[in-house]
Design a protein around this ligand. Structure first.
Ligand SMILES: [Zn+2]
Length: 200
C-alpha cells in the first residue's frame, strides 16, 4: 500500500475531528489523527492547540503548550509509525527511515512515571518527552510479539489501525460499537452502510 500525504481539508464536521482512541496503543492512536486513511487522509492535528487536545485525550500530560515545531515533529513521528504499521501488516521489513525516526525520538527522555496514593501517573513534561513516550510505545509494539497483531479495521469505510489482543486473534473492527455493528446491520439489510458514528 502506498502512503499518501496528509491534507488539510477546509470543511470537516467537528465529529470527524474528534480523536479516536480505540487502537489499544498510544502510538497507533497517534496514527488515528489522520482522518480517513483509506480515502482522503485529512489532518486532525491542524494546529498546535490540536496537539495539546490530543495529549490530554490520550493521557500524556504536556507541561507547556505545543509550538508549531512540536506539531511538525509529532507529524514526522506519526508518519514513521504509520510506515511501520503498514509494513507490519504487509509482513514487510520495516523501512529504514521510519526506524531511524522512531529510534531517534525514543532514545530521548520520556514522561516519568510517578507514584501516588491511588496508583501511578505520568509527570507532566515537555512535548519532546511526550513524543519520546509515544516513540517508546512504538518500539515496544513493533519490536515485540504484538507487531504481528497489528490490524486495520475490516469495515470498507474505515482504516483505523489497532492491535488485536483477543486470544484467538478474532477482532475485526476498530470498535464493535461503531464499525462492527454498522457493517452487520448493513449486511443484514443488504443495503448501503449507514450510521457513521465512529472510526475511520
Ligand atoms: Zn472501524
Amino acid at each position: 500500500m502506498m502512503i499518501g500525504p496528509v491534507v488539510n481539508l477546509l470543511e470537516v464536521p467537528p465529529s470527524e475531528l474528534r480523536f479516536r482512541t480505540s487502537s489499544g496503543r498510544v502510538s497507533l492512536d497517534l496514527v488515528a489523527t489522520i482522518g480517513e486513511r483509506w480515502r482522503r487522509r485529512f489532518e486532525r492535528l491542524r494546529g498546535p492547540e490540536d496537539l495539546d487536545r490530543w495529549c490530554s485525550t490520550v493521557g500524556l500530560p504536556a507541561a507547556a503548550a505545543a509550538t508549531p515545531g512540536d506539531l511538525q515533529d509529532v507529524r514526522t513521528l506519526r508518519a514513521a509509525i504509520e510506515a511501520l504499521a503498514v509494513a507490519a501488516m504487509e509482513g514487510r521489513a520495516y523501512p529504514e527511515p521510519a526506524v531511524t525516526t522512531v529510534n531517534d525520538q525514543a532514545v530521548r527522555p520520556d514522561l516519568a512515571p510517578w507514584l501516588t496514593d491511588e496508583g501511578s501517573e505520568l509527570r507532566p513534561g515537555s512535548h519532546d518527552r511526550v513524543r519520546s513516550t509515544v516513540a517508546r510505545d512504538a518500539v515496544d509494539l513493533f519490536g515485540g510479539p504484538f507487531a504481528r497483531k497489528v490490524r486495520e479495521c475490516s469495515a470498507d469505510d474505515c482504516a483505523l489501525v489497532y492491535v488485536d489482543t483477543t486470544r484467538g486473534g478474532t477482532r475485526r473492527w476498530c470498535s464493535m460499537q461503531a464499525c462492527g455493528n454498522r457493517t452487520k446491520v448493513a449486511r443484514h439489510r443488504g443495503g448501503p452502510r449507514t450510521g457513521r458514528e465512529d472510526g475511520r
